[in-house]
Design a protein around this ligand. Structure first.
Ligand SMILES: Cc1cc2nc3c(=O)[nH]c(=O)nc-3n(C[C@H](O)[C@H](O)[C@H](O)COP(=O)(O)OP(=O)(O)OC[C@H]3O[C@@H](n4cnc5c(N)ncnc54)[C@H](O)[C@@H]3O)c2cc1C
Length: 413
């Protein structure tokens, strides 16, 4: 088999694949429609969180579900026709919201998330951007005792999984975040997690590292993929690319080009918004916080304080409806003084999510030479480098045992 390979999509996941395949000695071309990182790998909250081993469709989802039904929650909103149109996905998502699935999910995701911080640190060191990483953990904060109590299952699961959690009272929170208003009575400090000050800049630095090592970045929007005897033909506006092996790492666009191959990934869009606010003089947020009762994440970023909203379940390209963001901004103001907004319009992106909350990493069972590294949902920024490493070992014929739960064969792809 030739050692030429194309990685399609240069967000965090595709770029990480390209770097790891290059390291394994392959001749890699990385293709993207944009020379800037502006999509999902730009707009996320930048967390490399050990606590993500407990997936969002955990056993507690059932208790939260009635609160989402009225479609006014800041945490989750839905477009009913979209949900009905993807009913099979949602049925599986809900069916797996059980304690036994949580155990399986935690075991599987621990293999992927556990080594993620070290993998990022290595790449950041090589890319010369270690200063972008803060190892201060993150805070989940509760406005009242009752909501803290309702998080007991999550805390138990995470502690059993070995996540480093510290329970905080109001004073403990104030010691870590002295400039925050004393609004929260309880908190959890996830101490062994880290975050970056610009996920887009980190992804761009990894792309540059790939190029500095001799990797080819090819700028074009690919319009179709077709099989031919020697592999795959990619038709773009600049011409046709041919390759014996192809990695689909298109994040939320991963289904767009697969129809000629008679493939359809079970992928739903969990859209999210963010907006930056200038910091107020003398006020510093030291680490990312998640206000559990109000349903937003606030992260200190290069551009300002990034407020990210919850999940909006709708078509990827439907017009923006940033009601959840509008809803949480006054609540974020209660917690921390915000200056003026940095952008007029909020950023909008889509988490590419699988019904079992596990990304797709590995070979297609139906097409030789076709590989997937996509469907990373809420965890693609943090887990890109380890996903790329696993994919590269599989392509080299030495798949690792920890990667088994992530194989595309579970969906007959
Ligand atoms: C609000 C929000 C907060 C999040 N917070 C976190 C977090 O804190 N930590 C974490 O780990 N994850 C987080 N995530 C999830 C994470 O951002 C995603 O899982 C991850 O960025 C997906 O990366 P990707 O490379 O698969 O996709 P993308 O980054 O979307 O990359 C896909 C690439 O494909 C390219 N492309 C698309 N179509 C074509 C085409 N036809 N031809 C060529 N190129 C094409 C696009 O230009 C793009 O560059 C968050 C997501 C959101 C929305």
């Amino acid at each position: 088999m030739s050692n030429r390979i194309i990685v399609l999509g240069a967000g965090m996941v595709g770029t990480s694949c390209a770097l790891q395949l290059q390291r394994a000695g392959m001749d890699v071309t990385l293709v993207d429609a944009s020379d800037k990182v502006t999509e999902t790998s730009y707009g996320n909250a930048g967390m490399i969180a050990t606590s993500s081993v407990l997936q969002l469709n955990n056993a507690c989802l059932w208790r939260a579900l009635p609160g989402y039904m009225l479609n006014r929650s800041a945490a989750v909103r839905y477009n009913l026709p979209y949900v009905v149109g993807n009913a099979a996905w949602f049925v599986q998502y809900l069916k797996q919201s059980t304690t036994s699935w949580d155990k399986y999910g935690i075991r599987s995701l621990s293999g992927l998330i556990g080594p993620s911080l070290v993998a990022h640190k290595q790449l950041m060191g090589q890319a010369g951007i270690r200063q972008r990483l803060a190892e201060k953990g993150w805070l989940k904060l509760y406005r009242n005792e009752a909501s803290f109590v309702s998080g007991a299952y999550e805390r138990r699961c995470l502690s059993q999984a070995g996540v480093d959690l510290v329970e905080l009272d109001q004073q403990g929170i104030a010691e870590l975040e002295p400039d925050m208003n004393p609004l929260f009575c309880k908190g959890i400090w996830v101490r062994d997690s880290a975050s970056v000050d610009s996920p887009g800049a980190v992804t761009e630095a990894y792309r540059k590292l790939f190029q500095a090592r001799g990797g080819m970045f090819y700028l074009d929007r690919i319009q179709s993929i077709n099989r031919f005897e020697q592999g795959y033909q990619l038709q773009g506006s600049r011409g046709v690319l041919e390759t014996p092996q192809l990695v689909i790492a298109l994040g939320p666009w991963s289904n767009d080009l697969l129809t000629p191959l008679r493939l359809r990934l079970p992928l739903v869009y969990e859209r999210g918004y963010h907006q930056h606010f200038q910091a107020v003089a003398d006020k510093t947020l030291n680490r990312t916080i998640h206000d559990a009762d109000a349903g937003y994440v606030m992260a200190p970023m290069e551009q300002g304080l990034r407020i990210s909203s919850g999940v909006e379940l709708t078509e990827r390209d439907a017009p923006a409806t940033p009601h959840q963001l509008t809803q949480v901004i006054p609540r974020a103001q209660q917690a921390f003084s915000l200056g003026t907004p940095v952008e007029v319009e909020p950023w909008l992106g889509s988490r590419p999510s699988m019904p079992d909350s596990l990304p797709l990493i590995g070979p297609s069972t139906r097409h030789e030479g076709l590989w997937f590294c996509t469907g990373h949902g809420h965890i693609g920024f943090s887990t890109g480098p380890v996903s790329g490493r696993w994919l590269a070992t599989h392509i080299a014929g030495q798949p690792v045992a920890e990667a088994r739960p992530f194989l595309p064969q579970r969906f007959d792809l």
